[in-house]
Design a protein around this ligand. Sequence first.
Ligand SMILES: [Zn+2]
Ligand SMILES: [Zn+2]
Length: 343
Amino acid sequence: MTSYDAGPVAALRRISFLLERAREDTYKVKAFRGAAAAILPLPEEELVRRVAAGTLTDLPGVGASSAKVIAAAVRGELPDRLARAEAELSGPLTDGGAALRSLLRGDLHSHSDWSDGGSPLEEMAITAMELGHDYLVLTDHSPRLTIAHGLSAERLTRQLGVVEAVNDHLAGGFTLLKGIEVDILDNGSLDQDDELLARLDVRVASVHSKLKMDATAMTRRMIGAVRNPRTNVLGHCTGRLVTGGRGIRGQSQFDAKAVFEACAEHDVAVEINSRPERRDPPTALLELARDSGCLFSIDSDAHAPGQLDFLVLGCERAEAAGIDPDRIVNTWSKERLLEWARK
Ligand SMILES: [Zn+2]
Ligand SMILES: [Zn+2]
C-alpha cells in the first residue's frame, strides 16, 4: 500500500482536476467535487470516526466511490481511484506548446458557477494558483446569455464584492481579476452597463447568438465591438465547434481581414481559445491575424478548474503559427497587462 499524507480533500480535488482536464463525464466529477465540499468543514476526528464506523455515505453529498477515496486518505493510504487517475490521465495533454506555456503568467477567460461554470470562483482561483498563475481573470457571462445564467448588473456588482473578499484571503502574489465575457449584441454594442464595464480589469467580448448572420452584418457587428473602448479581447471569433458533446458548428462568416485590422488599430487582442472543441480561430485566420499585426491572448475558457490546464493546447497552436511571445498579452507581467487593459 502506497502511503499518502495530503488528506481526503486534496485527494478528491486532485481526482476531479484530472477528470476535468481529460474532459471526462461531468457527473462523475461533480460527485467528487461535491464530496470534497461536504467534508471540508468537518473536523478530522469526525472523519476518522465515520471511516471506522462505515458511515461516511450518511453524509449528504458523499457517495460510495468518494467514501472509498476518503477512507483510504484518512488511513494515510493512496486511494486506488487517485492512483488510477494519475496513471491514466496526468500525462501531457499534447506534444507541443510547453515552451510558450512556461511563459504564460495567467489566463484572461474563465467561468465559475455564477454563470455556466461548474465550480465556485474560489475553487477556480485556488486551482489557478496551484498551476502557477499570477492571475486569473474571472469572466462570467453577461445578462442576455440566459441559457448560461448570464449575470445581471446587480449580480455582477455582487460578484465584484466576492472577488475582493477572496483576494483578501489569498496569500502570495496571486490576484483573481475582475472581468466579464460580454455578449456582442446584434448591433455591435456590449451587453452590460458601461459604467460597470469600466469597473472591471479585463473585458472579453464574444458573439454567442445569430452566428449565421450574413457576412456584412457580422463584420459590422464585430468591428463595432472592437471599436468599443471597453473591449480588450475578441473571444472565440468564429464561434465554430470542431468536436465534442455539443456537436459540430461551422464558422461565422465575416471579413476577417477588416476585423483583425480593427483589432490591431484599437489594441484589442485576438483570443486563441484553447478549448479542444473550439480551436478558434482556425489556422488560416490565426495566420491572418498574425500578419495583420494583432495582439493575442491565449485563453482556457475554463468552465471547471481542471480545464484551466487547457492553455498548453492554445500555446501549441500559437507556436506552430510562429507568433512572437511578446505579442501574447498573457506573457506580460500583471502590471503591464492591467495597464494595457485600461487603455
Ligand atoms: Zn464564449
Ligand atoms: Zn467563455
